[in-house]
Design a protein around this ligand. Structure first.
Ligand code: FAD
Length: 475
């Protein structure tokens, strides 16, 4: 036990349970728990509006768990830590590792800086089952394809048991230069978040509650149910995982006592898609901005601003797309199947560069995650390492009929279509005039006409792809 203070730097690990940095620091003596809102090093990866909303309440919850002793700062962590070290006798600084490229270079620099001032620093794995450099091919190169990666991850997985919540004995310190949570200005100035409150409970307690509910009500039909957006078969743990309110180790521990089944295995596989996204981002740090398949560098995107706006606002005239985009706007979330369909529509039918869609998602999702979002957009667009083939273009009408047959999901987010018979729900432009009139719909007024023709836009997409392929061959 030392006499100085030990700083625990929280960032994507906003929990007390299974928090290796916190548990380690507790064993060292007095603790100064800090959170730094870093808007200095993020570059173009500034936190989106929905994420800021989540972060505010997640920090509030962590602060409550720390008896109001979480010290908040805003700015450049390097400067803030240097200042803390000059004002306190700091014995060590501890954190759980983060994996976004800008965080890695920032944290490496800080480690060097601390070392040069003889201040002990130590980082831990608190966010993934397997850190990206631990799973490699026989020739030490990284995997590009999910399935062999997953097989290897399952064989090699040596993750430890989750750590218990540490006990505090009046050893939490407050710093008088810290600011309060409100001065981080995370909440929106205009009121677009009103319906978020009924959907989410950010924080560690909310995360465990969500997991328990899922294990009780969702897991038993996860494999089949996860394709149907109206069903309650998914965990909705993604924002809790992103902010580290629960760790994948804790989830695996809960799953340990669940009988083996296809549902259980499928869920574990999905957790590994998250791991694989972190893996790809670590080994290909330009994942958020560069096509991993370079023939896409020659893709003739049309990038029509009006089309992008109509997609963002859920006014494309294709009900399943519009329901998904409105779900995103009103709840900060979108079901995975609908994410795939809306993303495919933007990139393929509207020939809009996937990076525009990815940015919109990052701004609107409460689970916005640079790794998972970039990897998923590259996957849908066809330019990722392990991508869906480009010619796989979802048809929003047939997808609607298949996965939302009775229209429950679509009508939930598009109440203007509530009286339209299901036969026409996914293609209102086919409905006879009297049916539209009976449903109080005038196309182009209450609900838009289709933004593009599906068949024609599909052919355009395939032709554009051929052109990109040919151009890349002659470059
Ligand atoms: P569940 O089905 O309950 O799965 C459990 C957990 O596994 C999730 O919480 C998540 O952490 C992980 N997971 C599941 N599917 C995936 C996947 N395909 N890729 C990576 N991890 C996965 N996920 C994000 O967390 N943040 C994003 O910004 C994000 N952007 C996406 C963008 C597009 C275009 C697409 C197609 C997918 C995106 N995903 C993203 C992946 C996936 O849609 C969400 O993780 C999932 O919908 C979250 O819901 P859930 O927690 O109920 O998932």
């Amino acid at each position: 036990m030392t006499t100085g203070i030990n700083i625990v730097w929280f960032e994507r690990d906003l929990r007390l349970d299974d928090n290796p940095a916190l548990s380690y620091a507790i064993g060292q003596g007095n603790i100064l728990p800090i959170y730094i809102f870093d808007d200095h090093n993020t570059g173009e990866h500034q936190l989106g509006g929905a994420s800021r909303w989540w972060l505010h309440f997640s920090l509030q919850s962590l602060n409550e768990s720390l008896s109001d002793k979480l010290n908040f700062y805003r700015g450049d962590p390097e400067q803030i830590l240097t200042d803390l070290c000059s004002r306190h006798q700091v014995d060590g600084i501890y954190w759980n590792r983060r994996y976004e490229p800008w965080q890695i270079s920032r944290d490496q620099k800080i480690k060097q800086q601390l070392l040069s001032h003889d201040i002990n620093s130590k980082s831990f794995n608190g966010s993934v089952l397997n850190e990206p450099w631990t799973i490699l091919k026989q020739d030490d190169s990284p995997y590009k394809i999910f399935t062999p990666y997953y097989r290897q991850a399952v064989i090699k997985s040596t993750h430890s048991q989750p750590l218990p919540q540490p006990k505090f004995a009046n050893n939490l310190i407050a710093d008088n230069k810290a600011v309060n949570l409100t001065s981080l200005s995370l909440l929106p100035k205009i009121n677009w978040d009103s319906s978020f409150y009924e959907h989410w409970t950010p924080g560690e307690i909310g995360a465990v509650k969500k997991l328990r509910e899922f294990l009780q009500n969702g897991l038993d039909h996860y494999q089949e149910g996860r394709d149907f957006p109206a069903k309650d078969s998914i965990s909705k743990l993604s924002p809790h995982l992103h902010f580290g309110e629960i760790s994948p180790r804790q989830i695996m521990e809960y799953l340990r006592v669940v009988p083996d089944s296809n549902n259980r295995e499928h869920f574990i596989r999905e957790l590994h898609w998250r791991e694989f996204s972190y893996y790809l981002l670590f080994h290909w740090p330009t994942l958020p901005q560069d096509n991993l398949k370079h023939n896409f560098d020659f893709f003739p995107w049309q990038n029509k601003p009006e089309w992008l706006t109509r997609w963002q606002q859920g006014k494309t005239g294709y009900p399943l797309i519009d329901a998904g985009m409105r779900e995103l706007w009103t709840t900060g979330f979108m079901h995975n199947r609908v994410r795939m369909i809306t993303a495919s529509f933007l990139v393929k039918n509207l020939l809009t560069d996937w990076r525009h869609g990815a940015n919109w998602f990052l701004d609107c999702l409460v689970d916005a995650d640079l790794a998972s979002n970039s990897a998923s957009w590259q996957w849908v667009a066809g330019c990722g390492t392990d991508a869906a083939p480009y010619f796989r273009i979802f048809n929003p009408t047939t997808q609607g009929i298949k996965f939302d047959r009775d229209g429950e999901y679509t009508k939930r987010f598009l109440p203007e279509l509530k009286d339209l018979p299901n036969k026409y729900l996914f293609q209102p432009w086919q409905a006879p005039a009297e049916i539209l009139a009976a449903a109080n719909i005038t196309l182009g007024e209450e609900y838009p006409r289709p933004i593009v023709d599906i068949k024609e836009s599909r052919e355009n997409a395939l032709a554009a792809y051929e052109m990109a392929k040919q151009t890349s061959l002659i470059q």
